[in-house]
Write a protein of this length. Structure first.
Length: 97
């Protein structure tokens, strides 16, 4: 077990509900109303902050896309943004003029 790892316990209630211990909520960065994801791998379950997990999945899926699109500098990105904005502006026509 790593130096920053710890173990905490919670009781499963009759309807399958569990209160996430305060220290675990703090590590996950979740508060009331936030969503969590359960990742099941064999007989092991990881609980993660859904928003953070979704961002991590997106980042992994987007890995290497900039290079594939030949976006190798900030200037390349800005040029693409300007081009896309210009295309969007040209598709929007004033109504009633």
């Amino acid at each position: 077990m790593s130096a920053n790892a710890f173990i905490d316990n919670a009781k499963v209630m009759a309807k399958g509900q569990v209160t996430i211990p305060k220290d675990v909520r703090k590590v996950l960065g979740v508060t009331s109303g936030d969503r969590i994801s359960f990742i099941v791998e064999g007989n092991t379950v990881r609980i993660v902050n859904s928003a953070i997990y979704a961002m991590q999945v997106l980042q992994k899926e987007m890995e290497g896309e900039a290079e594939r699109a030949a976006l190798t500098s900030d200037e390349d990105v800005m040029a693409l943004v300007k081009e896309l904005r210009n295309e969007e502006d040209s598709r929007i026509s004033p109504v009633g003029l």
